[in-house]
Design a protein around this ligand. Sequence first.
Ligand code: MLT
Length: 272
Amino acid sequence: MIRSMVHEHRAELGDRSIRYLESGAGWPLILLHAFPLQAAMWTPQLERVPRGWRLIAPDIRGFGGTAAADGARPSMEDYAADLIGLLDALELDRAVIGGLSMGGYITFAMLRLAPERFSGVVLADTRAQADTPEGRDNRRTLSELVRTRGPAAVADQMMPKLLGRTTRESRPEVKQEVRRLILSNDAAGIDGAIHAMLQRPDSTAGLGRISVPTLVVTGDEDTLVPVADAEALQRAIPRSQFVVLPRAGHLSSLESPDDFSEALRNFLLSNL
Ligand code: MLT
């Protein structure tokens, strides 16, 4: 296993800046974090970056070290435009793009915006469908919760759903890290993402047009995106492969870091 140094950087985009974590050197791979976490959730993968690859993990607008923009709440397209701006600032013509859960929703928006910029896709514990009416109601309740009681209340509500049974029962260090990552975000950034997710369009119609190699990976204890849903996502994408990680929940990259990193490495080295 390769353990690589992780560096923190900022890219200047006009009057704003995006913080990102980076490790390795070579072909670029961008990984987008889940809600309501931040780029540091990819630390296990940053530490295990495959030889010949440069892993870049940005904080989405309003999370971690990337400030929210003034004015209206962001949309998925705003997040995607920020990240295309990051590619431009880093002078990266093409990259492999991927994300976990909300990071996957943003990946779909980036594929709509600039498909020619991507040579491969990684979709972890995510779905292409928009929210159901019931899901939107739940988001409105969560928005009210974060605005009145802050990130800690969101952590209390979401952690039992984010983490698989094995992690909840036997990985206290993962629980502690996930809570720490959630609590170091601002209520406004979390609320912005809740509304971006609530309003995101359905991405299923575009799946058949993803023409580059794609990895769909999921934890077998993920209750937010059950294995059958992840498998249906993989079947809809032409050049895709599917990996199920045992004893991992929705945050599969953190809950099963060695297996996730191995699946990522095998995909990158054999397809790209
Ligand atoms: C995530 O992990 O990013 C969230 O569970 C996504 C969502 O709430 O739809």
